[in-house]
Design a protein around this ligand. Structure first.
Ligand code: PLP
Length: 350
């Protein structure tokens, strides 16, 4: 605390990202990064952009990238909003679309950035408990609210909600924005972007950090009705007119132009996810059914905290949340074959 701080800063509870340890040779399975690198075409596109033009500001609207993403998802460019990572897109959504004087709804077990934005913008929230089996029950989102947000697949459970259930939530809330955070959609789910023309209250956010291996580039976007996009543009242009730099715009565009690489990486993660799941089940773990690039698992006898510590002593980092309902679980990112073998071996030895 300091006398120089704005009073609100005293009460902020910031998001704590998974740690990025500096040690070499770690098996780092704690932040859901993609074990496969970005497409070589992304690296080429960024290198081609490393020239004198860096003295010029980038296109504030990212027109070319928006066109690419729109064509990929069969929507119009005016239905696409770009941000510096989907975290920034989400921040603008909370500010621009969730301040209606009623609590917004999100699951009790979910992405822990949502309550942080509520604190930053002074938005009330109501946490909707997942079922006993950690599923989202659409009926629980049929109550007065100032907006709804949930990841699909959910994080950190990895569990996917079928599109017919997403539609139930959309249909029950025609006067509120429903945000589907699809950070992990490419690992086996079906995107709700196909529904944006049917539901003017639907906003879908995605990121290039996970399935497209570009966490370091910071690119995310939202797709929805042009009226929702207009609200986000107003917020953005009152905050930072140039959120995506020239390198990010070029690299992100190239990522969408290498579908073969993208498919190969997703398929590799999915097949490894199934292998790791089976191996952990053999070791006595309950593994929630995942459609993400991570699994959420608890052991029938060993405590989650003890296992996370034991793995760490072997140089294997996974995520453990010391929170109600999930303190016995480990969230484990799917890595390379070698990393996953190290994880399985490490758990076996414990
Ligand atoms: C990783 C993640 C994001 C943020 O992604 P960035 O684009 O890297 O900011 C958003 N939502 C969920 C649920 C995530 O797991």
């Amino acid at each position: 605390m300091s006398k120089f701080w704005s009073p609100l800063v005293n009460d902020l509870v910031p998001y704590v990202p998974g740690e990025q340890p500096k040690m070499a040779n770690l098996v780092k399975l704690n932040t859901n990064e993609n074990p496969f690198g970005p497409s070589p075409k992304v690296v080429e596109a960024i290198q081609a952009e490393l020239n004198d033009s860096l003295r010029l500001y980038p296109d504030p609207e990212g027109e070319s990238l928006r066109q690419t993403i729109a064509a990929y998802h069969k929507v119009k460019p005016e239905q696409v909003f770009l941000g510096n990572g989907s975290d920034e897109v989400l921040a603008h959504i909370f500010f621009g679309l969730f301040q209606h004087g009623e609590p917004i709804l999100f699951p009790d077990i979910t992405y822990s950035f949502y309550p942080v934005y509520c604190g930053l913008y002074n938005i009330e929230s109501k946490r909707v408990p997942l079922t006993e089996s950690f599923e989202i029950n659409p009926d629980d989102f049929k109550q007065p609210n100032g907006g709804v947000i949930f990841p699909n697949p959910n994080a950190p459970t990895g569990m996917y909600l079928g599109l017919q259930h997403v539609e139930e939530i959309l249909a029950a809330n025609p006067d509120r924005v429903v945000v589907v955070d699809e950070a992990y959609i490419d690992f086996g789910g079906e995107s709700a972007i196909t529904l944006v023309d049917k539901y003017p209250n639907l906003l879908v956010s995605q990121t290039l950090s996970k399935a497209r291996s570009l966490a370091g580039l910071r690119v995310g976007f939202a797709v929805g009705h042009p009226d929702l996009i207009e609200a986000l543009n107003r917020v953005k242009n009152s905050f930072n007119s140039y959120p995506l730099d020239r390198l990010a715009l070029a690299g992100a565009k190239a990522a969408y132009e290498d579908e073969a690489w993208f498919r190969k990486c997703c398929d590799g993660v999915i097949s490894e996810r199934e292998r790791v799941t089976a191996a952990l089940e053999d070791l006595g773990f309950e593994v929630l059914p995942s459609k993400a690039n991570f699994i959420f698992a608890r052991h029938k006898e060993q405590s989650g905290g003890v296992l996370a510590k034991g793995l760490r002593e072997q140089g294997i980092i996974v995520r453990h949340f010391n929170k109600p309902r999930i303190s016995e679980f480990l969230r484990i990112t799917i890595g390379t074959v070698e990393q996953n073998d190290a994880l399985i071996g490490g758990l076996r030895s414990l």
